[in-house]
Write a protein that binds this ligand. Structure first.
Ligand code: NAP
Length: 243
């Protein structure tokens, strides 16, 4: 099933690594692109400057988002927990409030976000989050629990959302569309590694994949050992997909 009408999209957080991959892939598909990024990061989009509209400003500025998402059929949002000013939740709330009524909304985050509490994390992963969350807040650099709050609001929304949960990331040539599962801990995800270009591919593809509406897929590289071993429909709840 697909959303037929996808002409103009907004990418919130366009200047980051994931954002720039998404800009390129959206342009490759012929979409008109509006990119939002901090004023100081506009030069990072120089290579696209004559092909996209850039709306500079903090992504949690509601006026910035209102202007950027107007008339867009889809919005791709990079949720990042920077600073201690509700950056993630402010960004997510503005997108939820101002995107067009039928727009497809796709958000990025990491595996630490759980939708239904059924994800099974390794002790190492749990320990890292438990230690990092208060430490990061203490040095006022990162607010991991605000990304959790952002996703809580998205999950509670009746908008046409998808929350894509990324594994550890690496650079490198695309390997194609990642495979996914509903729950971290499923064997298909065990390799915990995805190419950033393919994270972007999954986000852009989700815009036109209506089967992903109200899903929070956890993704892994399609050529990773666990995907190759298990992406055959044998996972418990959501078979991994292939391109
Ligand atoms: N890194 C990982 O290993 C990993 C793992 C799993 C999931 N993810 C998810 O993947 C997505 C992209 O992550 P990424 O690590 O690849 O980062 P990224 O694409 O480089 O994006 C970082 C974003 O954060 C913004 N940013 C950086 N410092 C900021 C600050 N002080 N205040 C406000 N915004 C700031 C950047 O904007 P500027 O261009 O303006 O700096 C950029 O839009 C995120 O949703 C993340 O949760 C990442």
């Amino acid at each position: 099933m697909s959303t037929d009408r996808m002409r103009k999209i907004c990418i919130v957080g366009a200047s980051g690594k994931l954002g720039q991959y998404m800009v390129q892939q959206a342009l490759d598909r012929g979409y008109e692109v509006v990119g939002v990024c901090r004023e100081r990061s506009v030069p990072k989009l120089a290579a696209f400057a004559d092909r996209i509209t850039i709306v500079p400003g903090p992504t949690n500025d509601r006026e910035v988002i209102r202007k950027a998402v107007a008339g867009c059929d889809g919005v791709l949002t990079v949720l990042v927990p920077w600073g201690v000013q509700q950056y993630s939740s402010g960004t997510a709330q503005a997108v939820l409030d101002y995107a067009e009524p039928d727009a497809r909304l796709v958000f990025s985050c990491g595996w630490h976000i759980t939708r239904d509490g059924k994800d099974k994390y390794s002790w190492r992963f749990r320990a890292a989050i438990r230690i990092m969350t208060p430490l990061a807040r203490l040095v006022r650099a990162v607010e991991i629990d605000d990304q959790v709050e952002a996703c809580r609001r998205i999950f509670a929304s009746d908008r046409r959302w998808t929350v894509v949960r990324g594994s550890d990331l690496e650079e490198g040539e695309s390997q194609g569309l990642p495979v996914w599962s509903r729950h971290v801990g499923d064997p298909v995800l065990a390799s915990n590694l995805t190419r950033r270009a393919d994270f972007a591919l999954f986000m852009v593809e989700a815009l036109t994949d209506d089967t992903l509406i109200h899903e929070a897929p956890a993704i892994v590289g399609r050529l990773s050992p666990s995907a190759l071993a298990h992406a055959d429909g044998s996972t418990a709840e959501a078979p991994g997909r292939s391109a």
